[in-house]
Design a protein around this ligand. Structure first.
Ligand code: SF4
Ligand code: SF4
Length: 348
């Protein structure tokens, strides 16, 4: 199902969707793009580069309460489950790399055993993508990891900017539902419109991107070089800030802690928060032994998880080429450069 939306009608579509739930879109706040809630009547212009934080937080929030507890002497402990019904949300302006990240996060959270907290959000959130048809960030490399600037993977709707209007393609039942909610705003797409979309997609593929030309060689080189001392050299400047993983749309590690609000009676909440494999205590055993005790071992884990282990278990890279970990690393550690060092056989 595809249709045309004039740009001046975007606000009315959003207003229609706000009658059903919350709407989010990228907004330039201070000096960066971030997803913010669209207030009623606010205008939205979808001309953003990638947001600093990815869209994964809508389905896997940075902090969430799993349940609350109350333990009083002589009484049975009371556990109160978190209400799993999530308000309907529509997120506009999701770039294709973040859409493809959702496919990977689905594998982690719904494959085999389904995580009910993730699943409840996944069922309630509609991701409306925006194809990239302008020069991307200098660190984008979606094509190198099997994606494209107009990938539909993981999205409910894909919009393509056609200069004055959007081509809007509904991809899932949730996507068709949000388009049908304002059907009077859309016009039928013509063959000429579709032709224009195809041309925009071909042009987008020609914009410069970083490249990794032989991913199969990278996989083989990662296997061969697990013990290489070069990991320590590459990671020598890493300060362990964790920006690379917190900002990654596919990083999904979490920790679970009890936050106590009173000691008598004992009350509090069991809380899940994002965790980070670049932190020294991520793998610290209670004995004091740490199997990844230096930055080289931790960098190796991050790169191998992205480009080797996930390929072995799910037949896809756990990297969508968004470039955030490169752009925001304060010391310039660069996953593309590392992959290319391997591809070129420098490590052997
Ligand atoms: S590893 Fe880096 S480039 Fe790949 S998806 Fe994560 S943040 Fe983006
Ligand atoms: S962003 Fe850079 S410095 Fe920070 S933990 Fe990641 S690799 Fe290390």
């Amino acid at each position: 199902m595809d249709a045309i939306l004039q740009k001046e009608s975007l606000g009315r579509w959003i207003a229609k969707l706000q009658e059903r739930g919350e709407v989010y879109a990228p907004e330039f706040v201070e000096d960066a793009w971030e997803f913010t809630k669209v207030e009623r009547g606010a205008s939205v212009e979808l001309d953003h580069t990638n947001t600093v934080l990815p869209a994964k937080g809508f389905v896997f929030p940075q902090r969430e309460v799993l349940y609350r507890f109350r333990i009083e002497n002589g009484k049975t402990p009371e556990l109160t489950d978190t209400e799993l019904s999530v308000k309907p949300m529509v997120v506009f302006g999701v770039r294709p790399c973040d859409g493809r990240a959702t496919v990977r996060n689905d594998r982690v959270f719904t494959c085999g055993v389904s995580d009910p907290y993730y699943q409840a959000r996944r069922d309630s959130v509609v991701f409306i993508g925006l194809a990239c048809n302008a020069p991307p960030s200098p660190n984008c490399f979606c094509v190198a990891v099997g994606g494209s600037p107009c990938s539909e993977d993981g999205l409910d709707v894909l919009m393509t900017d056609l200069d004055g209007r959007y081509h809007v393609k509904a991809l899932t039942d949730k996507g068709r539902d949000v388009v049908n909610a304002a059907s009077d705003l859309f016009q039928a797409a013509t063959a000429a419109d579709r032709n224009e979309v195809s041309n925009a997609q071909v042009a987008a593929l020609e914009y410069p991107q970083r490249s990794i030309s032989a991913m199969d060689l990278v996989v083989a080189a990662l296997k061969r070089n697990f013990e290489s001392p070069l990991w320590d050299q590459l990671a020598r400047t890493c300060i362990g800030c964790g920006a690379c993983t917190y900002l990654c749309p596919t990083c999904h590690c979490f920790d679970i802690n009890d936050e106590v609000t009173s000691k008598s009676p004992l009350t509090g909440a069991r809380v899940r928060t994002w965790d980070n494999c670049q932190f020294p205590d991520f793998t610290m055993h209670s004995s004091g032994h740490n199997p990844r005790e230096d930055t080289g071992a931790r960098l190796r884990q991050r790169i191998c998880h992205k480009l080797l282990y996930f390929v072995e278990t799910h037949n896809m890279q756990q990297c969508t080429g968004c470039g955030r970990c490169i752009t925001h690393c304060p010391v310039g550690i660069d996953i593309v450069r590392i992959a290319n060092v391997m591809e070129e056989g420098v490590w052997q």
